[in-house]
Design a protein around this ligand. Structure first.
Ligand SMILES: C[S@@+](CC[C@H](N)C(=O)[O-])C[C@H]1O[C@@H](n2cnc3c(N)ncnc32)[C@H](O)[C@@H]1O
Length: 271
C-alpha cells in the first residue's frame, strides 16, 4: 500500500514559494547568523517564514506515528532509482545515518556498511528495519539536536520525509555537525505525502519549488557544497507509451512516482 498523492486531487499549486526571508518571531526557530560571521555549520539565514512551517494537523507528530505503518511510501521505480543512487554515492565500510526512517531500507543489499543508525518516530517500524544496527526515536519538530557525536557519519540519508520538518534549518545544521568532513547528505522525495502533516511551503509548492526549497536548506548552513539535483521523471511518451499515458503525464497524473534527490557534501573547509 502506498501513501496517497493527495495533490493530484487538489487545485493546481502556486508556482513558487515566496523568496526566502529571515524571521525570528517564533522562539522555537533557530537564530540565523549574518552570513559574513557564520562559522562552519552555522545557520546563515532562515529559509521559511512562520506560515511556511505550519501544518494543517497541529497535533504532535508522535501521535500521528503512534501505530506502525508497515507500508511502502513510494513505488518500485522510485526505490530502484534511489538504491541506484546510493550504489553510486555510498561506499562499503561507511557509517550511515538514516534519518526519518521506517521499517524498509533502500540501501543496496550487497553493500556492507560499518554501521547504519536509524532514526524515526515509531520504534516498532524501526525495529523491523533489517539494515539498522541501532536506532533512536526523536520528534525533530519538538527538538532538533541529535544526540550523536559530531563528525561521526560518512553519509546522512533522508527519504521521502523532508516535507515534515518544521525547522529544517536547524536539522540541516545538525546534519552538517554529525557528518565527517567530505561526508554526503542525500535527501530524496517524490510527490507523495501525508498532506495534513506536510509544512505549508511544501504543500503549496510545485515539483520545481520543492527542489529549490531543499537546495536552500543546504545553502542556509555555512559549509555545505553547492547542492546537486538528480531527477528521474517517468518517461514522457516513449514508443511504448499510449496516447492516454501521454495525456495523463501532461496533467501530472502519471502512475509512477517521480524521483528527486538533492545531494550536498560537508566541505573540508568552509568556502
Ligand atoms: C513517509 S515516511 C518515510 C519513511 C522512510 N524514510 C521510507 O523511506 O520509507 C516519513 C517518516 O518521517 C518520520 N517523521 C515524520 N515526522 C517526524 C518528526 N516530527 N520527527 C522525526 N521524524 C519524523 C517518521 O518516522 C516517518 O517514518
Amino acid at each position: 500500500m502506498l501513501c496517497t498523492a493527495p495533490q493530484l486531487l487538489r487545485p493546481r499549486p502556486r508556482a513558487l514559494w515566496p523568496a526566502p526571508r529571515c524571521s525570528s518571531s517564533n522562539d522555537a526557530q533557530p537564530s540565523p547568523l549574518p552570513s559574513s560571521t557564520a562559522a562552519a555549520g552555522g545557520i546563515r539565514r532562515l529559509v521559511l517564514p512562520p506560515e511556511g512551517r505550519a501544518k494543517l494537523d497541529p497535533r504532535p507528530d508522535r501521535d500521528f506515528y503512534a501505530f506502525p505503518r508497515l507500508v511502502t511510501h513510494v513505488d518500485d521505480g522510485f526505490i530502484a532509482a534511489l538504491t541506484g543512487l546510493y550504489r553510486e554515492r555510498l561506499r562499503a565500510g561507511w557509517d550511515v545515518l538514516d534519518l526519518m526512517s521506517s521499517w524498509v531500507s533502500h540501501l543496496p543489499p550487497e553493500v556492507q556498511f560499518r554501521r547504519v543508525v536509524g532514526h524515526g518516530l515509531n520504534a516498532q517500524e524501526l525495529a523491523r528495519n533489517p539494515r539498522l544496527d541501532s536506532f533512536f526515536v526523536k520528534d525533530l519538530n519538538e527538538e532538533q539536536q541529535l544526540a550523536l557525536e559530531g563528525g561521526s557519519f560518512d553519509a546522512v540519508l533522508c527519504t521521502v520525509s523532508v516535507q515534515y520538518l518544521q525547522y529544517p534549518e536547524k536539522v540541516f545544521a545538525e546534519i552538517f555537525r554529525v557528518l565527517k568532513p567530505g561526508g554526503v547528505c542525500i535527501v530524496s522525495f517524490s510527490n507523495r505525502m501525508f498532506y495534513e502533516k506536510a509544512i505549508g511551503a511544501w504543500r503549496e509548492g510545485t515539483a520545481y519549488s520543492r527542489v529549490q526549497l531543499v537546495m536552500q536548506y543546504f545553502q542556509c548552513v555555512e559549509g555545505f557544497t553547492q547542492p546537486e539535483v538528480v531527477r528521474e521523471l517517468p518517461a514522457a511518451g516513449g514508443s511504448s507509451a499510449s496516447p492516454l499515458d501521454a495525456v495523463m503525464r501532461l496533467f501530472g497524473m502519471a502512475n509512477s512516482d517521480p524521483f528527486y534527490a538533492v545531494i550536498s557534501y560537508r566541505n573540508f573547509k568552509p568556502m
